[in-house]
Design a protein around this ligand. Structure first.
Ligand code: DQA
Length: 151
């Protein structure tokens, strides 16, 4: 019998202040906590034939370090860089190193908000973006990732 291949590994990265989801500006970000989101992603992953790991940091360098360590070990990345979306060339450059599909997620619609949120340093290195669909955007991103990387 053919040996089942190992599930493809998807890393989900959450940027600064997303650890405060549930308490942070609920009118904009809703009531779901980060633990709820990560739990759902880890349940959904195996249903899609994927292994999901999650990482959150409030520190730009820690996010860069995590991406660098993942080079060669991942099938895809889902990232909500949060405020670093609009400022971080360092995270952008690290993402390019990965050479795997990248989906950028934003809970809110950054294009309907303040002008400084309209620009994303990740947008043109990402395979695609999901914005403004609430935390559902993460689950949609994982489903899209399953299609992108195959099972
Ligand atoms: C966010 C949008 C960013 O502008 C903001 O700084 C965040 C969250 C979102 O998910 O809607 O922290 O990335």
């Amino acid at each position: 019998m053919a040996k089942a291949s190992a599930p493809k590994h998807i890393l989900v990265i959450h940027g600064p202040n997303l650890n405060m989801l549930g308490r942070r500006e609920p009118d904009t970000y809703g009531h779901t906590t980060l633990a709820d989101i990560d739990g759902e992603l880890k349940k959904l992953g195996p249903q899609l034939g994927l292994k999901v790991s999650t990482f959150q940091s409030n520190h730009e360098g820690a996010i860069v370090d995590t991406i660098q360590k993942a080079v060669g070990n991942l099938a895809g990345v889902i990232i909500n860089p949060a405020a670093y979306t609009h400022t971080s060339i360092a995270i952008r450059d690290a993402l390019i190193l990965l050479a795997v599909p990248i989906i950028e997620v934003h809970i809110s619609n950054i294009h309907r908000r303040e002008p400084f949120r309209h620009h994303s340093y990740m947008a043109d290195v990402a395979t695609g973006q999901i914005v403004g669909l609430g935390v559902n955007g993460y689950y949609l991103a994982l489903r899209a990732m399953a299609e992108l990387v195959g099972r």
